[in-house]
Design a protein around this ligand. Structure first.
Ligand code: CA
Length: 226
């Protein structure tokens, strides 16, 4: 059983999928447009996303990209086009698997089960980091502060997880560039902006830091408040 988000604009296809997946005891939420889907992903993080590619507001590839910008949740793409080139493009763009329409409820459920198994194997080695009242679940990509879930972008989460894994250590900009941004060059301001967004989400300010401290000219560090 898992939290599944179905992003599909056709109400008939949608309700058929909901009925089928509910029968397999999944907790299903739905969205009818790509933008609603992206909103759902950040407000009610699912464990699997089923993404229809023929949505009214965004092209499937764009929708996939936007989901990937905020979430690492496995995405099962539902496509009407059984073209190898298209499927390769989607897999390269961050989809984890695909089903070609029309598909049976059983195939859909089996594909979802396979994705969950794979995700579960990955999380077996992953851990949970705790610093003070901050708890970061790397496998589920969830962060809690004093029991409250933080709404973080993908980059904010990566930044928080990286710093929290090294509590009390000053992490340089250069290290953040290579380890969090995976780029040799990013505008200094980009890092500052993400640090300040993260700081705001942690409910603190640069003048009154609790967890996140800027060490001028050196980098940033995260530690439990004293
Ligand atoms: Ca559609």
């Amino acid at each position: 059983m898992a939290r599944v988000l179905i992003v599909e604009d056709d109400p008939h296809v949608r309700s058929a999928m909901v009925a089928e997946l509910t029968r397999w005891s999944h907790a299903v939420r739905t969205a009818g447009t790509a933008l609603d889907g992206i909103r759902e992903v950040s407000h009610h993080p699912p464990e699997v996303i089923v993404l229809d590619l023929g949505l009214p507001d965004l092209d499937g590839g764009q929708a996939l990209q936007m989901i990937r910008a905020v979430s690492a949740t496995p995405v099962l793409v539902a496509t009407a086009r059984d073209e190898e080139a298209e499927i390769i493009r989607l897999l390269n763009a961050g989809a984890d698997d695909y089903v070609v329409k029309p598909f049976s409820g059983e195939l859909l459920a089996a594909r979802i089960a396979a994705l969950l198994r794979r995700a579960g194997q990955g999380s077996a080695q992953a851990s949970v980091i705790a610093v003070g009242g901050l708890v970061i679940d790397l496998a589920r990509r969830e962060a809690l502060l004093d029991g409250q879930r933080l709404e973080l972008s993908r980059r904010e989460f990566d930044l928080l997880a990286y710093l929290a894994a090294r509590p009390g250590a000053v992490v340089s900009r250069r290290e953040l560039l290579t380890e969090v941004w995976h780029q040799a060059y990013v505008d200094d301001q980009t890092i500052d902006v993400h640090v300040s967004w993260l700081r705001r989400k942690l409910g603190e300010t640069a003048a009154r830091p609790r967890y996140l401290h800027t060490v001028r000219g050196v980098g940033v560090l995260l530690d439990a408040p004293r």
